[in-house]
Design a protein around this ligand. Structure first.
Ligand code: ADP
Ligand code: ADP
Ligand code: ZN
Ligand code: ZN
Length: 750
């Protein structure tokens, strides 16, 4: 029998309040709601986890021992699940051998094509694989790169040898001074005045005899130029034999360079000599997908027919999802989170699985409004193949295509965890929920822009697709960098701007806190103040109230929980029996501050703590957390449980008191509900009003409308992008020609 609904009853993971709901099968269901409302707790921690766990139960105990372990979610019942495939934004791992072509299974077909119809024939398809000894370049073993020295920072060209021009940090002092004492150079001549021959000798001279002056005496020595010496000591030997400290010191000076033999193409000379229509397989793999498609389609050799069909179809999937600006040889480790997710999506489109549950985490991340419809079509295709599609998403343009919408709320944390709406988009618009209200009204376009205080220039940016871009970024204002995916926004800001202006502070969504014991209280510094207050009140040492002190529960080491890894069963996390999750020894818990123990305080939310404390320092730090919309977190919640968006906001909270800094944010609206975005904008505006500079890469139109200054990259992605197509205020962008962003801004400004 075909069960029509996934049934969930009494779900209680994290903040969920006994949630029961039915999700239609073989339809698109979208979960929405403010950040922290409980969407992930339902979709990932309950549905996906249970599906994985049930799947694992099908295997023998022996096999299960090798599988990841899933604890049973807190719920009364979860029924009618299918196999779950989670398509998230985790970067595609792998090594340099993993490329867009290999991960989408396009490269094997291309190799087959070359082995069948390439001229001249050189063997089977393995002879075209850089992962196979038959095909790989023997010089670099198919990596395409070899280690080399980055020498720029070794020398201060404005100095002479006597003034200390040689600055290689790993060389001993006597090694550095040996160049001056060699007698080969004019030691008072500035390096910038050196002839080419002198420079060559300084860097690459080899095996010349000279008398080294050392400790007042001399000894016979062999001269080695700076680069030669560096290579001999640090590159031509196994790096693992160096001490960890030395490895760290030399790392910035060693870089991968294109392999001199294959020029980065990774393949043997035989493979590179084999061509179809004048192009070898490395050249085809380096082309943008949008240019490769027509080239493949025009191959008319009857021997190639089936391969041409397969290739065209798979490449078209990449075009359909908006990745046509990538090339097949692009290493997967260099793809952004949004690109990684779309690549994974493509993999599933070509698969013949049916009746599985596809679970997506904000698939619109990184997509320009222009390309959202492509995502929608893809979700539709997956559904029409007979799959259940479950999506966590905030973008109204995606929410629109849902067959069914679940709105979680009403607010975040303990004030969330309920289903506040279920139904169609038409009904959501009428619903009196945060989502319903925000979907009707978008923010107004900023009419009065701030006056810049100054400017930061980017000069001659040429990395990736950038066409020698020089641009000024105004300071003391909010600048938004826009443009379709692949237009060059992150190349310009993350690669070039940050290199030229290294003092800028990047506020990203990466994890905060390094220890399992970090929590909002320790991260913001509130914990120190609290410990001192406890110590003063009770006349004991402040260190007693630390998780890694004598005062911590010895059974769980202050974690409050015990992790048990059972060999043949799912691993489990149980509250510590000794302290009952309170983390401290009983005698420590006996000390009180206004009637509360240290454990009571860690269980308070930021909001409750604001009510309880009176100390100025503490209130100040708590208020910053509240200002970034995190008042629902408890002071003791492990930071490892925060989402990317929450991590980003807690970092912002710790910056709120600063002045004169430059901040760079890459798509800060990721994971944020429309109402969260209003909040984020007010925080950014506060930081700008305090004299800071904000540079934000964004697609979200509400953020773009609130910019003081916009830099629009384009006109399109990949080789069709890489230029600044517009600089100016939002009002001016409305009238700009040749900007894709302009037309979407116009549409959204009604
Ligand atoms: P959303 O996906 O809607 O942003 P989540 O489901 O991630 O929300 O979080 C719901 C609430 O549960 C938030 O207050 C969050 O901080 C909290 N939470 C999430 N994971 C954990 C966890 N592992 N332990 C404790 N609290 C958690
Ligand atoms: P955006 O940030 O606007 O999406 P990017 O700056 O990431 O654009 O990309 C601009 C172009 O540079 C694209 O064609 C992209 O494929 C290419 N590119 C980006 N990063 C790399 C990289 N690490 N290696 C090779 N090409 C890259
Ligand atoms: Zn090579
Ligand atoms: Zn304990």
């Amino acid at each position: 029998m075909n069960q029509e609904f996934i049934e969930i009853r009494g779900a209680r993971e994290n903040n969920l309040k006994n949630v029961s709901l039915r999700i239609p099968k073989r339809k698109i269901t979208i979960f929405t709601g403010v950040s922290g409302s409980g969407k992930s707790s339902i979709v990932f921690d309950t549905i996906a986890t249970e599906a994985q766990r049930q799947l694992n139960e099908n295997f023998s105990m022996f096999i299960r021992n090798f599988l990841p372990k899933y604890a049973q979610p807190h719920a009364d019942a979860i029924e009618n699940l299918s196999m779950a495939i989670v398509v998230d934004q985790r970067r595609l791992g792998g090594n340099s051998h993993s490329t867009l072509g290999t991960i989408t299974d396009i490269s094997p077909v291309l190799r087959l094509l070359f082995s069948r119809v390439g001229h001249p024939h050189i063997g089977n398809s393995n002879a075209f694989s850089f992962n196979d000894p038959q095909g790989m370049c023997p010089e670099c073993n198919g990596i395409g790169k070899k280690m080399g020295v980055v020498a720029d920072s070794f020398l201060d060209m404005s100095k002479s040898l006597n003034e200390g021009a040689v600055q290689v940090p790993v060389f001993a002092t006597w090694e550095k001074s040996s160049y001056a004492s060699s007698g080969f150079f004019d030691n008072d001549k500035k390096l910038s005045d050196f002839t080419n021959e002198e420079m060559d000798l300084l860097l690459y001279g080899k095996n010349l005899k000279f008398k080294l002056q050392i400790g007042g005496g001399t000894m016979n020595a062999t001269y080695l130029g700076i680069i030669e010496k560096f290579e001999k000591s640090y590159i031509k030997r196994d790096i693992k034999t160096l001490s960890e400290r030395t490895q760290k010191t030399v790392a910035p000076y060693i870089a991968l360079r294109p392999c001199p033999s294959c020029n980065g193409a990774r393949l043997s000379q035989a493979a590179l000599g084999c061509r179809i229509d004048g192009k070898n397989i490395a050249e085809m793999s380096a082309m943008e997908v949008s240019e490769l498609v027509p080239l493949i389609k025009q191959i008319k050799d009857p021997l190639a027919t089936s391969m041409v069909i397969t290739l065209s179809e798979r490449l078209q999937h990449l075009v359909d999802i908006g990745l046509e600006y990538l090339s097949l040889d692009r290493e997967t480790t260099t793809l952004s989170g949004g690109e990684s997710q779309r690549v994974k999506m493509v993999k599933h489109l070509s698969s013949s699985l049916i009746d599985v549950m596809y679970i997506f985490d904000e698939p619109s991340v990184g997509l320009h409004p222009r390309d959202v419809h492509r995502l929608n079509e893809l979700l539709g295709k997956l559904r029409d193949k007979g799959n259940t599609v479950i999506v966590v998403e905030h973008d109204p343009d995606v929410i629109k295509v849902a067959d069914h919408i679940v709105d979680v709320g009403p607010h975040a944390g303990s004030k969330g965890g309920n289903i506040v709406f279920e139904g169609s988009f038409a009904d959501l618009v009428k619903a009196d929920t945060l989502t319903g209200r925000h979907i009707k009204q978008s923010l107004p376009l900023k009419k009065k822009s701030r006056k810049p205080l100054g400017k930061l220039s980017v000069k001659n940016a040429r990395i990736n697709n950038l066409h020698n871009v020089s641009v000024d970024i105004p300071t003391g204002v909010l600048t938004v960098v826009t443009g379709v995916a692949g237009s060059g926004k992150s190349s310009l800001i993350n690669h070039v701007f940050l290199k030229q202006h290294p003092k800028a502070i990047v506020i990203d969504q990466s994890a905060v806190g390094t220890s399992t014991r970090s929590n909002p209280a320790t991260y913001t510094g509130v914990m120190d103040d609290v410990r001192k207050a406890f110590a003063k009140e009770n006349g004991v040492s402040a260190s007693l109230f630390s998780f890694n002190s004598q005062g911590a529960c010895p059974n769980c080491q202050g974690l409050g929980v015990i992790y048990t890894d059972l060999a043949f069963m799912d691993g489990i996390k149980t509250p510590c029996e000794i302290c009952e999750g309170k983390r401290f020894k009983e005698e420590v818990l006996a000390y009180k501050l206004d009637g509360k123990s240290i454990s009571d305080i860690l269980e308070m939310t930021v909001l409750q703590a604001l009510d309880y404390f009176t100390q100025k320092d503490i209130l100040h730090k708590l208020q910053a957390m509240s200002d970034v919309g995190l008042d629902y977190l408890t002071l003791g919640q492990p930071l490892s449980t925060l989402s990317g968006g929450e991590c980003q906001r807690i970092k912002l909270a710790s910056e709120l008191h600063k002045k004169g800094s430059v901040y760079v944010l890459d798509e800060p609206t990721t994971g944020l509900h429309m109402s969260d975005i209003t909040h984020l904008l007010s925080i950014m505006n506060r930081l700008v009003d305090a004299g800071n500079t904000m540079i934000v890469i964004e697609h979200n139109l509400d953020v773009i409308k609130n910019a003081d200054w916009i830099i629009d990259m384009g006109p399109d992605g990949g080789t069709k992008g890489g230029s600044v197509v517009f600089e100016g205020t939002p009002v001016d962008l409305l009238g700009a020609k040749g900007s894709i962003t302009s037309s979407y801004l116009k549409a959204a400004s009604g």
